[in-house]
Ligand binder design. Structure first.
Ligand code: ADP
Ligand code: MG
Length: 707
């Protein structure tokens, strides 16, 4: 973040930062407004003096009293004992660590204010390490804020910095009265009043109201924050709407139709509907920015392939990026199987590729011979130059970081010159259409806030012929029964996944080791080929094992979570997840989605391990229960959000993005609705105010929200 002109202390480049200044930067507290929005963690009440006689044991109070004795004791250990008397009673202030100067400041006869917890005791009242200062001046009339801080940034320094910044910050109104009046539910308090209050609340305030963040000052802050988020998303969307993209239309008898005819199955109603939504976007000259969400197994890949077919048929290239090599490889095979017979060149890019193959692929991409490019992150590397990319597809988009998504959009710009050479209408710079896919459905409130700038298509129907997966929660003491169950599946020529959480024995965590399990199952299942897959294996090794599993030669695949995303082996009918209590809900759901892909009845066994002599935590039990109860990805995502909160749920997207600091989507849905309704009107009727509002709240961070 760069220093803005309103930095608390304008620094010339030559001035080295002091330790507290460095700490302020580390906390992101650079502009006055950043400091003004740095709210207290809690408050201390220094507004009142309590008489010792009235102080109950355990109360945290401030007293004002005169020192009557001051001595250093050495038994049981070195300590300073100061006796004070406030006329109602006496109290001993006890300090184990002290400087000679402190001792001097507490000379007999000095009048002091001391704040701390009053304890009773054998020899009368005491306070351990109270905060003491000379009893000078009037008492403050507001609570004293205690701010979140870091090492090297003393509370007193931070308090002064915040107070100064609060005075200086531009907190002028960004909500025109005419608009906010008509929006019921917006707190009447303005920003300045709200912030002034939250930094220095009057002592009569209800602490409960402050803590529950239901106080009008809090409501105002949350509303403004949500509005900033909505505005920045809207701005990003409008900015994108000004960009141009090649218009891609499907033609009767074209590749799109030929691919459809060649598929071994008919599309589901949901696939058809979503396909049409995407086709409509592609036909426009504005870049598509669409999220395709659909539960595991809902058939997103074929929808992506059909979109690619439209782009390719129009004479353009398409890129498909997947988060893992296994998944990229699987996509590559599937797509090459579908498209090559139709005369379409497909290239692959991966990090583990041999130099020669890679060079070949790069050439085919640059020349345009490869119409479709499938790969991992390798697709966004610098050497990769597309001749005329028009459609970028990201599978399992939540697995990619913000930076990667930005890189994809930035790096894949269509060169207008090439576009013109190819006879395409190129007016100014163009961007490719973007289709993101995810099996983790976004709960409504998140969709309305973090993804407000996205168009969303949902596959809400599974292909026919699937039988629901039966989920069982089982203690690992019944491991033998589980292995018996595996035998039964193998006897019916079915295949089995066994998932372990970590690859190496970690005694501290007592996690099973995939290698040990592999050995155990190999011994328990003579005559069965048991495969092992973990993240430390070389890509070629992984691929070999996966191939054997796909071909049905490996009966049981023991793996760490590398199989989590997208792997498709319809003959697998049983999934065992060891230490299921250590996985997140969405992760479990993804794993479970690996089975139930064929017509056979499938099952998922969630095996948990009870801690020695203890019980599973409430959260773990809740997660496992939720998994057994529901198969609906949306319901699971909703519960996951409830259990983990949006920070973890959003994963990569949050890193760098300004996550909501004040508002809470679980409780502030009404404020979110308000912000959503207001944002477009504010932007249209008062664009300057809207910009000021976004700048104030998000500063340099708003870029991230566009990813
Ligand atoms: P996901 O949405 O999890 O990425 P996939 O695209 O991998 O799902 O599809 C899962 C399986 O369903 C694949 O084997 C795919 O070929 C198959 N499939 C997709 N659509 C249909 C359909 N309409 N009818 C039958 N099978 C389908
Ligand atoms: Mg998939």
């Amino acid at each position: 973040m760069s220093a803005s002109p309103s930095s608390p202390t304008p620094l010339s480049p030559a001035t080295p930062l002091t330790a507290p200044q460095k700490a302020l930067r580390k906390l992101g507290l650079v502009r006055d407004i950043d400091l003004a929005l740095h709210l207290p963690l809690r408050y201390e009440d220094e507004t009142r003096i309590v008489r010792l006689r009235d102080a109950r044991e355990g109360d945290e109070v401030q007293i004002e009293a005169v020192v009557t004795a001051n001595e250093v004791n050495f038994r049981p250990r070195r300590q300073l004992l100061v006796t004070v008397d406030d006329g109602s009673d006496t109290c001993t202030l006890r300090f184990f660590n002290f400087y000679p100067s402190q001792q001097k400041a507490l000379a007999v006869g000095t009048r002091v204010r001391a704040r701390g917890e009053v304890r009773g005791g054998f020899s009368g009242r005491t306070m351990m390490h109270p905060v003491v200062r000379a009893a000078a001046g009037a008492l403050p009339d507001a609570l004293t804020p205690v701010y979140p801080t870091v090492a090297g940034l003393p509370q007193a320094y931070l308090r002064r910095a915040v107070a100064t910044a609060l005075e200086r910050a531009d907190l002028s109104e960004t909500l025109p009265a005419a608009i906010s009046d008509r929006n019921a539910g917006v707190p009447a308090w303005d920003l300045r009043r709200s912030l002034t209050f939250l930094h220095h609340p009057t002592p009569e305030v209800s602490i409960a109201e402050l803590e529950a963040r239901s106080h009008p000052a809090w409501q105002r802050l949350k509303a403004e924050e949500l509005l900033a988020q909505q505005l920045s998303q809207l701005l990003a969307k409008r900015e994108r709407d000004r960009l141009r993209a090649p218009s891609l239309c499907a033609h009767p008898g074209g590749l799109h139709e030929r691919l459809l005819a060649a598929l071994p199955f008919g599309l589901t109603g949901a696939q058809r509907r979503v396909g049409e939504e995407i086709a409509r976007d592609l036909a426009r000259t504005v870049p598509m920015h669409r999220l395709l969400q659909g539960d595991v197994g809902s058939g997103k890949t074929v929808v992506a392939a059909l979109a690619a077919a439209i782009a390719i048929d129009a004479g353009w290239q398409c890129a498909l990026m997947a988060p893992t090599e296994i998944l990229a490889e699987q996509h590559f095979r599937k797509l090459i199987g579908w498209l090559e017979p139709l005369g379409i060149g497909v290239a692959r890019l991966s990090g583990s590729q041999k130099k020669k193959e890679r060079r070949e692929m790069l050439e085919r991409i640059e020349s345009g011979a490869a119409a479709l490019v499938v790969g991992t992150h390798a697709v966004i590397q610098e050497q990769v130059k597309f001749r005329r990319l028009a459609l970028a597809i990201i599978d399992e988009q939540h697995r990619f970081g913000v930076a990667q998504r930005l890189a994809l959009r930035g790096k894949m710009g269509v060169d207008p010159q090439v576009a013109a050479d190819d006879g395409a209408p190129a007016a100014g710079p163009m961007e490719p259409h973007l289709l993101m896919m995810s099996a983790t459905p976004i709960p409504r409130t998140l969709a309305m806030s973090y993804y407000a700038d996205l168009d969303v298509s949902t596959l809400d129907e599974l292909p026919p012929g699937r039988t629901p997966v039966v989920t069982k929660v089982v203690s690992d003491r019944r491991r033998d029964e589980v292995i018996e169950r595996i035998r039964a599946q193998l006897a019916q020529e079915r295949q089995v996944y066994w998932v372990c959480p970590l690859i190496e024995e970690s005694e501290a965590l007592d996690l099973s080791n995939a290698t040990a399990t592999h050995a155990e199952l190999s011994a328990a299942l003579p005559g069965v080929l048991v495969g092992l897959l973990h993240s430390r294996m070389a890509p070629a090794e992984k691929k070999a094992v996966m191939d054997l599993f796909k071909e049905g030669l490996v009966g049981v695949l023991v793996s760490t979570t590398v199989i989590e995303v997208g792997v498709d082996v319809p003959n697998a009918s049983l999934m065992v997840i060891e230490h299921a209590e250590r996985f997140g809900l969405s992760q479990l759901h993804q794993l479970r989605g690996r089975v139930g892909r064929g017509a056979a009845a499938s099952a998922c066994v969630l095996m948990y391990s009870q801690p020695e002599g203890g019980r599973l935590s409430e959260a773990s039990r809740e997660r496992l229960r939720a998994m057994a109860e529901t198969h609906d990805g949306f319901e699971i995502a909703r519960r996951d959000l409830e259990i983990r909160g949006p920070g973890e749920f959003l994963g990569a997207r949050q890193s760098g993005a300004a996550l909501l600091r004040f508002a809470d989507l679980a409780t502030d849905a009404d404020l979110l609705e308000w912000a959503r309704a207001l944002a477009p009107r504010l932007l249209d009727q008062h664009p300057d105010m809207a910009k000021r509002h976004v700048e104030r709240w998000l500063g340099g961070k708003s870029d991230y929200l566009k990813a």
